[in-house]
Design a protein around this ligand. Structure first.
Ligand SMILES: CC(C)(COP(=O)(O)OP(=O)(O)OC[C@H]1O[C@@H](n2cnc3c(N)ncnc32)[C@H](O)[C@@H]1OP(=O)(O)O)[C@@H](O)C(=O)NCCC(=O)NCCS
Length: 194
């Protein structure tokens, strides 16, 4: 999922705010990126045109997104399967999202979304690539674009939670764990003893 991180210039960490995680999990490491907004930078590792030529279609809205199919991708990577009605509400309350559809099957194969206050802060959630399509650059393509979309809106404090095994995926994309020693914390309700 998501987290905050720090990097060297032009990035500098300013603050971290965790908001309403759908499924907080202690395995996740919080990382964030805080950038001086530089919306002009749109040098993606793979261009929209290249993606298209490989049969992938980029989407930035939920229209045409089949939530059952999205849920199947979540399930395929081991995310808990969630109630599609709740996913719909979560997506309605999402500030930015990006998903990639494979033209041949019309199914979503990569997805990420960000929630936030629309001005200062955003947290990226539900980063996922269908296992059959992993290793093709789609995860990177999605994250690069969602960051760019947020920066264009002037939102420069971008965080996410990462499973430890995925830290190496996020680092080259500008995310840093424990920026300036700041640690993300997640509320974890203790079970009552009977
Ligand atoms: C993590 C995930 C989104 C990566 O997507 P992907 O499409 O397979 O990754 P990409 O092909 O875009 O890889 C981009 C780069 O990251 C590297 N990379 C990918 N996964 C990595 C990992 N787990 N650790 C370290 N590096 C990784 C790739 O080698 C590639 O490097 P390169 O640019 O030098 O060639 C995908 O594997 C996935 O959905 N995993 C299961 C769900 C999950 O863990 N989501 C994140 C929850 S925090």
């Amino acid at each position: 999922m998501l987290l905050p991180a720090i990097t060297s210039a032009p990035f500098s960490f300013s603050s971290l705010r965790l908001t309403n995680p759908i499924s907080p999990h202690p395995r996740y490491v919080a990382v964030s990126i805080s950038a001086q907004a530089s919306p002009a930078n749109s040098s993606y590792s793979v261009s929209d045109r290249d993606l298209e030529s490989r049969g992938f279609v980029l989407h930035r809205t939920v229209s045409d997104l089949n939530l059952d199919h999205l849920n199947s991708v979540f399930a395929a990577v081991g995310f808990p399967k969630r109630d599609p009605d709740k996913i719909r509400v979560a997506l309605e309350n999402t500030d930015a999202l990006l998903w990639i559809q494979y033209g041949k099957t019309q199914r979503p194969v990569a997805f990420a979304r960000a929630t936030g206050d629309g001005v200062f802060n955003a947290i990226i959630w539900d980063v996922v690539v269908d296992p059959s399509f992993q290793g093709l650059g789609l995860g990177k393509a999605v994250i690069e674009r969602i960051i760019e979309d947020l920066l264009r809106k002037g939102i420069s404090n971008i965080a996410l939670y990462s499973e430890p095994r995925v830290l190496g995926f996020y680092r080259p994309l500008g995310f840093v764990a424990d920026p300036d020693g700041i640690r993300g914390m997640v509320y974890s309700r203790k079970k009552k003893k009977n």
